[in-house]
Design a protein around this ligand. Structure first.
Ligand SMILES: [Zn+2]
Length: 208
């Protein structure tokens, strides 16, 4: 079954169960036991619901699309259909107004599948980068590491050790922008800082 078929199946069984008179929560884990002691029809429905939920869990674990509710520290929750949790989070970031920052902003987002109340929330970390300064005549930057400008050692100019990672310095040969790239093995794996060599007043931090 596809994600949308599983979705429709779960919704159909859930509404059928909700229409059955019951004094217990049909979504609760102990609902099955309650249903078992209630009547056979409800018990059958509940078993079908559990099977469909398990199939949807497996479908998601294999990277399949489904419906996600996404939120961050704010109270805004948005629902996205037919996507993965990562795609839903990317869309949430694209839909939001995060303002202009002069350094990388890390957003921690949470995604939940409303059809799977027992599944843990997904936590997705997204780096929101400021715009890179434009190069001359709207060309792409030409990043290089001339030792006279970036320093370092001859065999590997502009590269230094940094904790468990490395710092790389590069300069654009067209506009003079300087890029400072920090790579670590931590949860926030990579940062790039770009500043204008000429004035050194603007600092931009980006992430690859
Ligand atoms: Zn440039």
């Amino acid at each position: 079954m596809t994600g949308s078929e599983l979705h429709a199946t779960i919704q159909a069984i859930t509404s059928e169960l909700q229409e059955q008179p019951a004094n217990y929560d049909v979504f609760a884990l102990d609902g099955l036991n309650d249903a078992l002691h209630d009547n056979q029809y409800k018990h059958k429905l509940f078993l079908q619901l559990l099977v469909a939920r398990r199939q949807l869990n497996e479908h998601i674990d294999k990277g399949g699309a489904t419906t996600w509710v996404v939120w961050d520290q704010s109270i805004t929750k948005i629902t996205y259909d037919e996507c993965t949790a990562q795609q839903a989070a990317d869309q949430y970031v694209a839909d939001g107004d995060w303002g202009e920052a002069d350094s990388t902003m890390w957003l921690t987002l949470y995604a939940h599948t409303p059809l799977l109340p027992d599944r843990s929330n997904e936590t997705i970390l997204i780096a929101l980068d400021p715009s890179e300064p434009k190069c001359t005549e709207n060309q792409a930057h030409d990043w290089q590491s001339p030792i006279a400008i970036v320093g370092g050692i001859k065999s590997n100019p502009g590269v230094w050790g940094h904790g468990s990672g490395v710092i790389t310095k590069q300069v654009c040969m067209q506009c003079g922008c300087k890029k400072l790239q920090i790579r670590t093995r931590k949860i926030r794996p990579q940062e790039i800082k770009i500043c204008e060599v000429s004035s050194m007043t603007r600092v931009f931090i980006l992430t690859n």
